[in-house]
Design a protein around this ligand. Structure first.
Ligand SMILES: Nc1nc2c(ncn2[C@@H]2O[C@H](COP(=O)(O)OP(=O)(O)OP(=O)(O)O)[C@@H](O)[C@H]2O)c(=O)[nH]1
Ligand SMILES: O=C(O)[C@H](O)COP(=O)(O)O
Length: 255
């Protein structure tokens, strides 16, 4: 099994956090999450090869540091996550035609060897049904595809974006490729929004997400987000009071 990590330009990453984090905070946050993911993936003994696909110089430095490969995205001559992952899978198929590939996203700081074991074991079981299979590890909302395990020789058209879990699942079914959706709590917790960051910060500390937690604490982002979420609650409470007042007033007018 190969691991493939597509990483967009670090300054472009995590746009959905633009309302709460500055550009440079988003860049360092993404770097920290990628370090957490790479720490786990690069030391996982069941991967034959780990390869990043990115044009960002930071990705190339990280690859060197963790002793993994990094393919420049520009070499593929395509743009967009689906196209880049598709081209990289085709390349893996050329150099290692018998290998399956696990596509892992960079925003999964809670990834662990224990959960990778669970994905490997579940996928091996799926392959008892035939030579190809598709395993999707989805997110908390069962919408996204945080990890995809596939055989590049026989797989559905990639559909990362909105509701990709369902699209990947249905397309595999149409092509009669055995397919399964896996729920694993660490992998399910990708970091897209400030709510995701608050959930991560509220979790008991363990050996996962260490770079990410350290950055959030030392940068002051953790304190800032907690403060902001307190303010949101206060505002939500006052809105509730106003609504009660209004309904009380309408009761009065009815009387
Ligand atoms: N190499 C490469 N990786 C990509 C590209 N687009 C997304 N990715 C990576 O794919 C994974 C999922 O990314 P997205 O959810 O699309 O983007 P994101 O940066 O996590 O979040 P948003 O900017 O808020 O959408 C992350 O590891 C990204 O870095 C791309 O065009 N090229
Ligand atoms: O289709 C998907 O699952 C997304 O592109 C994955 O990434 P996100 O959950 O970070 O958006």
């Amino acid at each position: 099994m190969w691991a493939l990590l597509p990483l967009k330009d670090f300054v472009q990453a995590k746009q959905r956090l633009a309302g709460s984090l500055t550009v440079s905070e988003r860049r360092v946050l993404f770097h920290s999450m990628v370090e957490d993911v790479l720490g786990v993936v690069a030391s996982y003994p069941r991967f034959e090869q780990v390869v990043l696909v990115s044009d960002d110089p930071s990705a190339h430095l990280l690859a060197e540091h963790y002793g993994v490969a990094c393919w420049p995205e520009r070499d593929f001559g395509v743009r967009g996550l689906n196209e880049v992952v598709g081209a990289a899978l085709a390349n893996i198929h050329r150099v290692a035609p018998r290998s399956n590939v696990m596509v892992v996203h960079g925003d999964l700081p809670l990834l662990s060897h224990r959960e990778l074991d669970a994905v490997f074991d579940a996928h091996a079981e799926l392959l008892n049904e035939g030579p190809s299979g598709l395993s999707i590890v989805t997110d908390h909302y069962r919408r996204g595809t945080n990890i995809l395990v596939c055989n590049p020789a026989r797989m559905p058209k990639l559909a990362y974006g909105q509701a990709s879990c369902e699209l990947h699942y249905r397309e595999a079914q149409c092509l009669a490729i055995p397919v399964q959706i896996l729920n694993l709590s660490g992998i399910a917790q990708d970091i897209d929004t400030s709510g995701d960051l608050l959930r991560l910060l509220a979790m008991p500390q363990n050996s996962t997400a260490q770079h990410t937690r350290k950055f959030l604490q030392e940068s002051g982002i953790a304190q800032r987000l907690n403060l902001m979420s307190g303010e949101v609650n206060i505002n939500a409470n006052s809105t509730a009071v106003v609504m009660n007042t209004q309904s009380a007033m309408s009761d009065w007018s009815v009387l």
